[in-house]
Design a protein around this ligand. Structure first.
Ligand code: NAD
Length: 256
């Protein structure tokens, strides 16, 4: 029987590449996005998240082998609260909402797309991370819009998301379900292009070249996600794998 996998953000970039690669592998895929996918849902709102989770559960019909969370927004999006709504609250709603059906399926797992920005040294002890941990969406959004720094919204949303993945890996692991985060560096997608073209952040993003000297390709991320969903990765859980051309090692050589 073929595997059944739900992918958010399947309409573009990494999510689309992952969906294509998994379908070519013989998997059944249910893509969720604002548009260009199997099911349309706006993950920035509680209603849209619920709609997406309910549709996924109905599609799974008791069998869900994999969950891949790619839907996300970059630093240049306004207002900054929208970034947290999609990147953190949109993703955690799927993590929570689909655990039950994942746990009923043998050898199931989830892969959550975080970012190399999650591990930025100045992200570690930010007070806003406590508000994310309390799941206080209104408070997180209020703080982010008051500070009005897109990069802070982006990096904090991904740091909080990785913390969430790691915390869930303990009860999930006990239930036999693996969950991991993937931390891409600069990957050629419309999201990266929007960042590079941004008048405020563009120059910094363009100048931030990893040791391997190039941006990554969506298929490189898709291959890693495919591996993490497979039985070859059967003992990998609760971790964050960087796929960043060496960028994290360049920024934080002594942290691992
Ligand atoms: P992308 O823009 O090509 O794809 C992101 C998808 O998320 C889009 O299809 C978009 O419609 C969807 N999305 C956005 N808001 C949504 C909403 N409210 N409801 C439902 N869907 C929504 O970008 P990408 O680069 O492929 O991004 C995939 C993930 O990778 C994101 O979480 C992003 O933060 C992360 N990421 C990207 C890079 C990079 O350099 N491209 C680096 C690190 C992490």
């Amino acid at each position: 029987m073929s595997r059944k996998i739900v992918i958010t953000g399947a309409g573009s970039g990494m999510g689309a590449a992952i969906a294509q690669m998994l379908k070519a592998n013989g998997d059944q895929v249910f893509g969720i996005d604002l548009k260009n996918s199997d099911f349309s849902a706006d993950l920035s709102t509680p209603e849209g998240r619920q709609k997406g989770v309910d549709a996924s559960i109905a599609w799974a019909n008791g069998q869900l082998d994999g969950l891949v969370l790619c839907a996300g927004l970059g630093s240049s999006v306004n207002p900054p609260s929208l970034i947290a709504k999609v990147n953190y609250f949109g993703a955690t709603a799927f993590i929570d909402g689909l655990f039950d059906v994942l746990s009923k399926t043998k050898n199931s797992s989830a892969v959550v797309i975080s970012s190399v920005a999650a591990a930025q040294p100045d992200m570690i002890n930010l007070p806003i991370l406590e508000e994310y941990a309390k799941h206080d969406e209104a408070k997180v959004c209020q703080l982010l819009d008051a500070q009005n720094i897109g990069h802070l919204a982006y990096a904090s949303s991904k740091n909080a998301l990785t913390r969430y993945v790691r915390s869930k890996s303990i009860p999930w692991g006990r239930a036999g379900v693996r969950i991991n985060a993937v931390a891409p560096g600069a990957i050629q997608t419309p999201l990266l292009q929007a960042g590079m073209d941004d008048p405020k952040y563009g120059e910094a993003i363009r100048k931030f070249v990893p040791p391997l000297g190039r941006v990554g390709e969506v298929d490189e991320v898709a291959k890693l996600v495919k591996f993490l969903l497979s039985s070859d990765a059967g003992y990998i859980s609760g971790t964050m794998l960087f796929i960043d051309g060496g960028m994290d090692a360049m920024i934080r050589p002594n942290s691992f």
